[in-house]
Design a protein around this ligand. Sequence first.
Ligand SMILES: [Cu+2]
Length: 403
Amino acid sequence: MTSTVVPILFIQILLSIVVTTTLAGPITITRETFRTCRPGTWGGIPSDCCPPKLIKGPIVDFCPTFDASKPLRVRKALQCLSGHELETYTRKLERGYALMRALPDSDPRSFKRQNAIHCAYGTGSFVQDGSTNLTIDIHLNWLFLPWHRMFVYFHERILQKLLGDPEFSLHFWNFDNSVTATPRHGSHGCYKAGHFMPPIYSDPSKATFEPNRSSKAFEPNRPVDLSLDLSQRVPLSAPIPPFPNRTLEEQTRRNREVMHRSVITLGNTTSFIGKPYRVGDTRVIIPATGAGTIERWPHNTLHVWIGGWMLQPITAPIDPIFYPFHANMERLWSVWRKLGYGHDDPTDPDWLDATFLFWDENAVMRRVKVRDFLDLNALGYRYEEVNDASWIFFDNSTSSSAP
Ligand SMILES: [Cu+2]
């Protein structure tokens, strides 16, 4: 009997290897993916956010063109904006969001439709072409960083178009910096701590305010807590474990420790970027083991700390803080890469050629590949220099309680 079981097993293993090899390839969103979109779920919560099944008009390849004659736009740290610059920026954001919210639901650039596309990509509403059950997710795997860079990029372009200002830059929430430092002589940048909710986003009179947040997010002088351990949160709709009340000093130490651990101690490429996710792979959200360290801490922890709409991907971009928060997430990716230590982006073609569809500022559908979103200079912007040293040089030998 054993003599027949062994060859059968061998053939089965061989077949599964052949099937997987044939199927594997970059995740690719097409007209067909839109056509077969269906209601999804996240952690047992149903979602219904598919875009129209028929993509009207052409799909145009997105090709970044670096114009060396043009200075790069600068996305600045929100906590250092002041005076006239802050006033102008606040006015532009107010106007941009008023116009975006006023667009009809039929317009894919509307605030509501931008939330819906994040929801469709993040709740398994899209199915891999040719499959009936393999759903797609841009969270908890190696697609997380590039997809969200693209999402914020097109959001910024839509704001530019609505404002009639091609130089408008979406400034970022430097939540990872909890130390105010004196800049070195001659250095230009923002060296102020950024770990409080940015005032423009917590002022009820502003279009960038959102009341549906956890009470923590409204407590004045309460720094963010990046250190909550969410790995045991099953189901995902379970109540959030309480955030402990810590002194400012203790919270600052823990946040620096978390950043140092996610970007440096556990910062090798797979661990940081997230696990491969290709055609043929199933979507796994529990346990969240496919997520890179940067996605788990500070990303997931901060989403939970903010709470409200930000608690889950069906609704997260309804809160405007989503955008400066994610701008900082992708900034941290560039910081990781510049640090050296062998921090290189994956070279696997299944990552580089993963392809998504986004509507641009003219409501034209663009086909976008990961490989085209790796060089910020080619995309025409850079980030203001900030005090990343606050956690880069954190000495984890003195810490006793890594979360
Ligand atoms: Cu997301």
